[in-house]
Write a protein that binds this ligand. Structure first.
Ligand SMILES: Cc1cc2nc3c(=O)[nH]c(=O)nc-3n(C[C@H](O)[C@H](O)[C@H](O)COP(=O)(O)OP(=O)(O)OC[C@H]3O[C@@H](n4cnc5c(N)ncnc54)[C@H](O)[C@@H]3O)c2cc1C
Ligand SMILES: NC(=O)c1ccc[n+]([C@@H]2O[C@H](COP(=O)([O-])OP(=O)(O)OC[C@H]3O[C@@H](n4cnc5c(N)ncnc54)[C@H](O)[C@@H]3O)[C@@H](O)[C@H]2O)c1
Length: 442
């Protein structure tokens, strides 16, 4: 027996659950192609990236980067370093996000998408229930994103997640971060630049294991230089809070005290609480939905994109997959983007950026690495790094560490896609003095 009340179902070509990066892109594109579309969102439009991810993180990173730059200048020429107020940064960030939320609502209206606020559930007969209404979609698109994974230990719920950090009004004096992936490393670098004492503990043997190992060594050297204390191969076993300080016990017997703790141990796709209509749907190990090249899940007529699907959990992938889904099902068709050509950066100080494959695929594969002279001047930390991997003389992957890396990396994806050779890259001449000249010529 269904647990839903019965209302006549309204039919639409497409119902999208989730108004984050992926859902917004798919809904707008499908409506512009003439489909009748309803988008259901339970919280703010823009999803994780805009409200609790990329946008507030990048604003924090920018402020942190200026703070660090000013501090470095102090030792050479600057006499007065302006003071920095975390609460003001938070207010400015909230105001920017608020504007974006309204902008997305206007865009949906202009595209002719009906926006329904509420939590959606999929009923047994494939009908969608939300806000007291029932929909019978021609196609259902799940764009429900992911949520932070919590520590499954006594007191695990006491640790903050990235969602909470963007609500902080003041800086922690002593911050303990659990997890050495994107979120852990970005927050470690940012809060160290703001002046917090930062400790980062991870269960792995290295940080950022999605990235090229020699480049990660440079990130690690940079974090060390910022004063971040790193611990590897350990897991927390218990968290206690006495009203003032957190006490975190680890499986090697060590104990850490901190006035804030962040768990940054990965994210869980929101695919597990969507209602009885998804029972038996096929998921991969991470909990993300298995999909085919047309984004169809194991249930015909039900599709998935973004962090809810088995793709790469990055905003540009969610957005482009959303537009691709619309073109495939309501337009002239399109191919899914090649995940090997998706550039990625972790916003440490300086950031690490990468695209393609860095490990040689063939016996004659070669990786050319180059630590820039910034590193050698200083003797203690790597400021810039460049590695290009070739296979059969054709560019396969690039990793780089430089402040401008997130702005520089995408064109290397185009070079990989076009089959650029080592000679093509050597033929180019860069600007002097710049980091760019280290990436070409030779
Ligand atoms: C701290 C942090 C920093 C990040 N930084 C970057 C970065 O710099 N660059 C980058 O590319 N990526 C970054 N990411 C990843 C990026 O945010 C995600 O990949 C992206 O937001 C995924 O988009 P999505 O549309 O799949 O899901 P989301 O943006 O999470 O949107 C899903 C939406 O679905 C809604 N929803 C869920 N269930 C229901 C339901 N039952 N009914 C109604 N609505 C529902 C949610 O409320 C949410 O709004 C970051 C993530 C985090 C956490
Ligand atoms: N700049 C960006 O593009 C960006 C930034 C933030 C997040 N993201 C996305 O969000 C996803 C999630 O980020 P994340 O950093 O939470 O996950 P992650 O998978 O990148 O890293 C998780 C880290 O936690 C460690 N860990 C797991 N369980 C642990 C435990 N019990 N004790 C100690 N350490 C433990 C892992 O070894 C790993 O180092 C990323 O994969 C990425 O796709 C992207």
């Amino acid at each position: 027996m269904s647990h839903f009340t019965h209302h006549p179902a309204a039919s639409h070509d497409l119902v999208v659950i989730g108004g984050g990066s992926g859902g917004l892109a798919a809904a707008k594109a499908a409506a512009r192609l003439g489909a009748s579309v309803v988008l259901i969102e339970q919280a703010e439009l823009g999803g994780t990236c805009v409200n609790r991810g990329c946008t507030p993180k990048k604003l924090m990173w920018k402020a942190a980067s200026h703070q660090q730059g000013l501090r470095e200048m102090e030792s050479v020429s600057l006499t007065d370093v302006p003071s920095f107020d975390f609460a003001t940064l938070r207010r400015r960030s909230d105001a920017k996000i608020d504007k974006l939320n309204h902008h997305f609502e206007e865009e949906l209206e202009q595209a002719g998408v009906r926006l329904l606020r509420g939590r959606a559930e999929v009923g047994e007969a494939g009908q969608i229930h939300a806000g007291g209404e029932v929909f019978q979609p021609g196609k259902l698109l799940l764009a429900t994103g992911a949520r932070p994974r919590m520590l499954d230990i006594p007191g695990g719920e006491l640790a903050a997640t990235s969602d909470d950090v963007f609500g902080w009004d003041d800086l922690p004096a002593r911050l303990l971060i659990i997890g050495g992936g994107y979120i852990g490393c970005e927050f470690a670098s940012i809060f160290a630049a703001f002046g917090s004492e930062v400790h980062l503990m991870t269960d792995g043997e290295r940080l950022l294991d999605q990235f090229h190992a020699p480049a990660v060594d440079c990130v690690q050297a940079g974090l060390n230089k910022q004063g971040v204390n790193l611990g590897f191969g350990i897991k927390p076993t218990q968290i206690d809070f006495n009203g003032t300080m957190f006490k975190v016990s680890f499986d090697d017997g060590s104990i850490q005290y901190a006035d804030r703790v962040i768990a940054a141990i990965g994210r869980i796709p929101n695919t597990d609480q969507l209602g009885p209509g998804l029972q038996g749907i096929k998921c991969v190990k991470s909990g993300a939905l298995a999909i085919d090249t047309k984004f169809q899940t194991s249930i015909p007529g039900i599709y998935a994109i973004g962090d809810a699907a088995d793709r790469l959990p990055l905003t540009p992938v969610a957005t482009r997959d959303g537009a691709c889904f619309a073109a495939q099902h309501f337009g002239d068709n399109a191919d899914q983007i090649d995940l090997n050509l998706v550039a990625t950066s972790a916003y440490t100080l300086p950031p690490i950026s990468q695209v393609g494959r860095l490990e040689a695929d063939h016996d004659d594969g070669e990786t050319i690495s180059n630590l820039s002279s910034d590193v050698l001047d200083d003797g203690t930390a790597a400021h810039s790094f460049f590695a290009a991997a070739f296979s059969d003389n054709v560019l396969n992957g690039v990793a780089l560490i430089n402040h401008a890396g997130p702005d520089m990396i995408a064109p290397f994806a185009a070079l990989i896609a076009s089959g650029a050779t080592a000679e093509d890259i050597a033929a180019a001449t860069g600007i002097h003095p710049s980091f760019g000249e280290e990436t070409v010529g030779r």
